[in-house]
Design a binder for this molecule. Structure first.
Ligand code: F6R
Length: 261
């Protein structure tokens, strides 16, 4: 696992944008996995800026959402599809049909997870999966106790996650859905490169557990320790409880350019 630490969230965003730019320029048909929430927003803004300046194109890119609420219409402002469209894809030249989400319609029932997995594998798998981390350690919406081998399926949100996400529902915790459909931890681990973003001191404890603690389903993000190419990009606030903080800083400063991002 590579841990990269910057002074500010905007530098975190630039680094993640550099990583995505490297993929876009080296791959004819790049497949991105996109996370919602606050953590990736500086990266999305940077990507939009670079697209507008003509330095990158998303013409041949495809994207898969990490997760989606159940019981919220796809075109509602609170849906994760709507979030990604308004924060990223509407402002770049990705084809609208190139964005896919794990939609759970009454007709799809328990097949929805299998269908989504099939669509990801038909696209050749995900090249780069962006992730945030919940204060309880979730990645996607895989709450603590999720199997580390889990696949796309329906999950029930914990109270802490619904409380954290109430800010996207005008502060009304009761309006946050109880159920979601999410890529499983096993699905996430199938992506070729995992990039987890965390900023702010509220994430410092859980980041330290996920990066330096034991691999356990009680901290779903600790599963990144099992992945051969996982990058954790942090600001100083989120990195402040890491025991090997200085080593991570040094490792990145000394990283040979030929190793890439
Ligand atoms: C988003 C997602 C969640 C968030 C996590 C952190 O698609 O699946 O795991 O990444 O809840 O959210 P923020 O970035 O808002 O702190």
């Amino acid at each position: 696992m590579e841990v990269v630490i910057f002074d500010s969230p905007s530098e975190v965003g630039c680094h993640v944008a550099n990583t995505i730019e490297a993929l876009l320029t080296s791959n004819d048909a790049p497949v991105l996995g996109l996370a919602t929430g606050s953590s990736p927003l500086p990266a999305y803004q940077e990507l939009i800026t670079r697209y507008r300046s003509g330095s990158i194109t998303f013409e041949h890119a495809r994207a898969f959402l990490l997760d989606e609420y159940i019981g919220i219409e796809e075109d509602s402002p609170q849906s994760y599809r709507h979030f990604i469209e308004s924060e990223l894809t509407r402002h770049i030249n990705m084809r609208p049909e190139a964005l896919a989400g794990p939609l759970l319609s009454p007709a799809s029932g328990t097949r929805a997870g299998y269908d989504y997995e099939r669509r990801i594998s038909e696209a050749g798998g995900i090249d780069l999966q962006l992730l945030g981390i919940g204060t309880d350690g979730h990645i996607g919406f895989n709450e603590p106790s999720s199997s580390l081998a889990s696949r796309t399926r329906v999950k029930t949100l914990m109270a802490a996650t619904r409380r954290d996400n109430a800010r996207f529902f005008a502060g009304d915790e009761d309006a946050v859905p109880r159920h979601v459909i999410t890529q499983g931890i096993g699905t996430i681990l199938d992506a070729r490169h995992l990039v987890l973003i965390a900023t702010g001191s509220a994430k410092a404890n859980i980041v330290a557990l996920a990066v330096e603690g034991p691999v356990t389903s009680m901290v779903p993000a600790s599963a990144l320790q099992l992945h051969p190419h996982a990058t954790v990009v942090l600001d100083e606030q989120a990195a402040k409880h890491l025991t090997l903080h200085d080593y991570y800083r040094e490792m990145f400063e000394l990283k040979p350019e030929r190793m890439g991002l």
